[in-house]
Design a protein around this ligand. Structure first.
Ligand code: SF4
Length: 447
């Protein structure tokens, strides 16, 4: 056991957090920063000056564990320079791989799970004083968002978690193992957090959950997701409300009704995954292509200007040419605004990892490219259809490449670029006339 010298401890200690993956991970990193700041630490954007480097990891993508090790390898020079540097790994990879990470990567001092974030200061203090490398993984269900400090990276558009975990056990997905079973936060706490966002200057909120449509289910004393949206819509100072992710099987007429409220943005992310009933069934998705189609029709009938995005997985085990053709046809038929497109890859511990009829890499790549080409064409056509129209944009700030160009988003989540003008500030809602629709967004000028 190596002993760290207390005298080398600086106060406050500088913490660098690197976040991988989804919006829930970004939100969790804000909680990590909040918990550590409350304990007297300070955040830095520069890993080379940090006393503590934390990786908030994601298991959704391929080779997630290896990516963690190669990222940690990049910090070796900092560790060589500063023997007291603590490197910690949390998030989904931490939860799923646990103590083995310490055996495989000697540079890592701490592994913590998705439900151990609030105890980070104690873990770090313990390592600092004892010099031990530790792993602390509680059951994912242990985590609640109650009374946890948050140090937000955002100023105008913030995230609020409404629930954690998932009960669906889609055959390819690690979330139920990494994040535990579904549990909803008390709606009073959610509304309080949105009000706090407003007090800190935010005017847009995105409500987060692995399956927001099942918010409140199984809790006698809880309201439904559409009811939660109605209450959030009444909060003064919030201008836009978004939510992710919607599971198609729980997407209801009540939710569509609630989406007509003034502040709820006309956009849904509705993961299709496959257009073949055979594959949807193998994936354990709980809906058929026909049911999905009728929900999209219902939403489009009721909500003017609705934008729809999706997730598609190609090459799921057992996907025949006929199954793939059904996905391809459905992508053309629905006409999504954009999509996240993935080649299936095995996630250890999931049901599909043991399925036979795994698809070869070449076929997966071919199918991916085919869908990608179709979707790019659809996205371009959809974006060109905005040309000449005036849209409401929330200003996000100057573009990173060109300081005289501003970036904003429409209610439908389209990225808009426009020349900056005097008096336009981050968070403003302004009207932009669109001149050009491109694959990755819209160009326009202040109307
Ligand atoms: S609904 Fe399916 S894909 Fe989504 S988090 Fe739950 S198990 Fe994963």
């Amino acid at each position: 056991m190596s002993i760290r010298l207390n005298s080398s401890k600086k106060s406050p200690r500088l913490v660098y957090i690197k976040t991988f993956g989804c919006q829930m991970n970004n939100y969790d990193s804000e909680i990590m920063a909040g918990v550590l700041t409350a304990h007297g630490h300070k955040m830095t954007d520069n890993p080379s000056e940090a006393d503590i480097i934390l990786l908030n990891t994601c298991s959704i993508r391929d080779k997630a564990e290896q990516k963690v090790y190669s990222q940690v390898g990049r910090y070796r020079p900092y560790k060589d320079k500063n023997q007291n540097l603590i490197i910690g790994v949390g998030g989904c990879v931490g939860q799923l791989v646990g103590n083995d990470i310490l055996k495989k990567a000697p540079l890592i001092d701490l592994v913590f799970g998705t439900s151990n974030i609030d105890k980070l200061p104690q873990f770090l203090d313990y390592i600092n004083y004892s010099g031990e490398r530790i792993s602390r993984i509680d059951k994912a269900e242990e985590w609640t968002d109650k009374d946890i400090p948050i140090s937000r990276n955002t100023t105008k558009s913030g995230w609020v978690s409404i629930m954690r975990g998932c009960n669906n056990f889609c055959a390819y997905c690690v979330v139920p193992y990494a994040r535990g079973r579904e549990r909803s936060r008390a709606h009073q706490d959610i509304l309080k957090e949105i009000e706090e966002l407003v007090r800190s200057g935010h005017s847009e909120v995105t409500l987060l959950g692995q399956n927001v449509n099942s918010y409140g289910k199984g809790k006698e004393d809880e309201i439904s997701f559409p009811q939660l949206l109605r209450l959030a819509n009444q909060i003064e100072g919030i201008e836009r409300i978004r939510f992710v992710t919607s599971h198609p099987k729980d997407f209801s007429p009540e939710l569509v009704e609630a989406m007509k409220l003034e502040k709820i943005c006309e956009t849904i992310h509705l993961p299709l995954q496959s257009g073949s009933d055979h594959i949807l069934n193998r994936m354990n998705r709980g809906y058929t292509a026909t049911q999905y189609r009728s929900k999209v029709d219902m939403a489009r009938r009721e909500i003017a200007g609705l934008t729809i995005t999706t997730d598609i997985i190609v090459g799921f085990p057992g996907e025949t040419e006929e199954d793939f053709a059904k996905t391809r046809d459905m992508v053309k038929e629905i006409g999504y605004d954009s999509m996240f497109l993935f080649k299936y890859s095995v996630r250890p511990g999931t049901a599909a990892a043991d399925f036979d009829q795994q698809i070869d890499e070449k076929t997966k790549q071919k199918r991916l490219e085919e869908i990608l080409n179709i979707q790019n064409q659809i996205t371009l056509e959809k974006n060109r259809a905005y040309e000449g129209k005036v849209v409401e944009v929330m200003v996000e700030g100057p573009s990173q490449d060109k300081k005289d160009i501003m970036i904003g988003k429409t209610r439908g989540n389209k990225v808009v670029l426009f020349p900056s003008a005097d008096g336009i500030r981050e968070g403003d809602l302004i009207k932009i006339k669109i001149d050009k629709g491109r694959l990755y967004g819209l160009d326009g000028e202040v109307a």
